[in-house]
Design a binder for this molecule. Structure first.
Ligand code: ZN
Length: 694
């Protein structure tokens, strides 16, 4: 009986402990079959009312996405060989269903009829947006094309997917292929103990099965956990140069050369954009984003470039001076930058993690975060025992509004479990707020979020002690979770984080992160877990100042990547030399130009095999939004509780409540009273003087 499957059969919470890998494929098969049957019925009925169309459409797509979302979550936090296999087997069914749904001509025609019909202006803004975005996404999937063009469109999508996979594999292969084997202690001078352990581990499968951290051999490879500590700490300049040259020429020659793939990808993207009536691929990418056009993005990036150029030059001069004082007679080269930056950072802000952690015990940080959320947004978060989760360390929390009514829920999975849980920190949803999908007898389904981190658990009866980075990460993920949980939109397609534009989605998360860097809030948070003593001012100042270390250099690097991405996706690919274009842009922007043989674009997976094509600017775009939103609190005076509360409620009622239900520029204007101003970010990063510094 399919309904006994615990992946499918649940209302408020799944019975997590009961779900096993064996449930995945039957549940996905069942969900897809039922939803496909409903889709076919809907296509036949071709309803003419929003209710007749959107309610069944939301229910049938929610069934698949909720079942698949749960499987994905368990794949992330309770992985096993059997789970991995079940997941891989079920995935094609989901992809096929989503393509079928996204390219349904009858559904598209019904959406367009609603969008262009006489009732549209009388719909709520969230409903208008749900209809508009569903029709837009179908258009961008080629649903409106005549059969010949649509066939060509789909063939291009297929080829682009294959090219993306080959691009990724070439980068992976090139990253794996290189290893610099070091055998004498002189060659690993300066490298810390934990990195040596990692490099010895890399040497073992490479013909040195007895390699140890103490006596080697050590293998430097080009994956970041190995490459970064080597570049930051290896005193031997000649070896850094070897590793660096290998790194910037990955996937740039021989059989695994990505350059021909890049040329082909750019041609196909241009053709696909043209089929949909766009002048270039950048315009097609921006059709789904908050930024109005390439011109506005370039203007923002040039503003950042102008402010960052002198500070970046100063950064380079400082490194040169430090290197000269350290006995290096040659000018700074690209393979020196990370090494001397690290020395400078150690001398200026050197704070070992171990000194900081006792001030950030997880239970107190959680309480501090919940207190801040209550003060700002007038909602309470409190742990509820006895909600079954996927691991005993997971806590379920109930979120209630000012009137005590339950509005949302949250599962927090704080600790690393390398044997079954993926790395990093991320927020995801169990399900979103929805009236169409309300459980029987209730008006609305309440949103439930997951926040997953990878902290180390407490040792010897001590609480888990967090690094400052882990604290800011927790705040970041909570920002995403708040936008999901505090939504007031009840159309599932645009509730919470659903359908928030790619370049606006980090607004809420980075906004919350900003509080960790705010001196009064940090002072409240940072207390020694044994004595309750506040952190001393010297240590706190170092934490706060380290944020803007090399801000100019980092900003220019991001501007250079973003402008390269935009230029490649705007120019006519016929006769374009992508490598030369990337070099020209980098030389124009960076104080230390790339090496002539640098082929970083051959490993620029963000834009050639990830989701950032003509979208790399999103990092900076969202930083402007979050810095400017936080700036409103700074202007109002962070010490004034009433002003802070009023602004907090306005942030809750705009950015957090409206989520995908309004265009993010409208939402931002509602909160800030004007359009975003990049000066806020430049001030935050120390690239423009702050008002109080004048
Ligand atoms: Zn994020």
């Amino acid at each position: 009986m399919p309904d006994s499957n615990p992946l499918l059969n649940w209302e408020d919470f799944p019975d997590f402990p009961a779900i096993t890998a064996e449930h995945v494929l039957p549940a996905v098969r069942e969900a897809v079959a039922r939803s496909t049957a409903e889709l076919e019925a809907l296509e036949k009925a071709a309803p003419a009312t929003w209710h007749g169309l959107l309610v069944p459409l939301e229910r049938l797509s929610d069934r698949v996405s909720r079942t698949w979302g749960l499987a994905t979550h368990l794949h992330n936090v309770r992985n096993s060989p059997s789970m991995r296999q079940a997941y891989a087997e079920a995935q094609p069914l989901v992809v096929e269903f989503q393509n079928r749904l996204g390219q349904s001509r009858p559904v598209y025609d019904a959406l367009v009829a609603l969008r262009d019909g006489p009732d549209f202006p009388f719909f709520s803004q969230a409903l208008q947006r749900a209809i508009t975005l569903l029709a837009r996404d179908a258009t961008l999937q080629g649903v409106g094309l005549d059969p010949d063009r649509r066939e060509r469109f789909n063939a291009i999508s297929q080829e682009l997917a294959e090219l993306a996979t080959r691009f990724t594999n070439n980068v992976l292969d090139a990253t794996q292929a290189f290893a610099l084997i070091l055998t004498s202690p002189d060659e690993v001078q300066g490298i810390p103990e934990d990195a040596l352990r990692l490099l010895a581990g890399k040497a073992r499968p490479r013909g040195h099965p007895l390699a140890t951290a103490e006596s080697g051999p050590w293998a430097v490879t080009l994956d970041l956990p190995s490459f970064l500590p080597f570049m930051q700490h290896a005193a031997r300049r000649d070896l850094r140069e070897q590793a660096y040259r290998a790194y910037v020429t990955r996937a740039a020659s021989g059989k695994g050369d990505n350059e021909p793939l890049i040329r082909r990808i750019l041609v196909l993207r241009r053709e696909q954009a043209a089929l949909l009536g766009f002048g270039n691929f950048a315009a097609m990418s921006l059709a789904r984003k908050m930024a109005p056009g390439v011109g506005e993005i370039e203007a923002l990036l040039r503003t950042i470039q102008d402010a960052a150029t002198d500070p970046a030059l100063t950064d380079l001069i400082e490194l040169g001076e430090l290197a000269a004082a350290g006995g290096q007679s040659e000018d700074i080269q690209p393979w020196d930058v990370m090494y001397w930056s690290e020395r400078l950072k150690e001398s200026r802000f050197g704070l070992r993690d171990e000194l900081v952690r006792p001030y950030f015990p997880l239970p107190a940080i959680m309480q501090g975060l919940f207190d801040l959320i209550r003060e700002l947004f007038a909602v309470s978060i409190e742990p509820v025992p006895d909600v079954p989760a996927w691991h005993p360390d997971v806590t379920y929390c109930r979120v209630t509004g000012g009137d005590g009514r339950e509005i949302a829920g949250l599962f927090l999975d704080p600790y690393a479990r390398p044997e079954e849980k993926r790395g990093g920190a991320w927020m995801d949803e169990l399900h979103g707020r929805s009236t169409a999908c309300a459980p029987r007898g209730r008006d609305v389904r309440l949103p439930v979020a997951y926040v997953n981190c990878n902290q180390r658990p407490g040792l010897d009866g001590e609480p888990s002690l967090m690094s400052f980075q882990e604290v800011t990460t927790l705040f970041h993920e909570f920002g995403h979770a708040l936008q999901h949980m505090l939504t007031t939109v009840s159309h599932g397609f645009v509730a919470g984080i659903s359908n928030v534009e790619w370049d606006a989605v980090e607004l809420a998360s980075q906004f919350m992160e900003n509080w960790c860097h705010q001196p009064e809030t940090l002072a409240r948070l940072a207390r020694h877990f044994r004595t309750g003593e506040p952190m001393d001012k010297g240590m706190m100042d170092k934490l706060l100042q380290a944020r803007n270390f090399r801000a100019g250099s980092n900003a220019l690097r991001q501007v250079s990547f973003a402008l390269t991405d935009l230029a490649l996706h705007t120019a006519d690919p016929a006769g374009l030399d992508p490598v030369t274009m990337a070099h020209d842009i980098a030389r124009d922007i960076l104080p230390l130009p790339p090496l002539p043989e640098d082929r970083f674009i051959c490993a620029f997976a963000h834009i050639f095999s990830g989701g950032y094509a003509a979208g790399y600017y999103s990092y900076k775009w969202a930083e402007v939004l979050s810095a400017d939103a936080f700036g409103a609190f700074e202007e109002a005076g962070l010490a004034d509780p009433a002003a802070r509360r009023a602004l907090g409620l306005r942030f809750r009622d705009t950015v957090l409540a409206l989520g995908g239900g309004r265009h993010p520029m409208d939402t931002f204007r509602l909160f800030r009273g004007r359009e975003p101003d990049p000066a806020a970010l430049l001030r935050q990063e120390g690239l423009l003087p702050r008002a109080e510094d004048n």
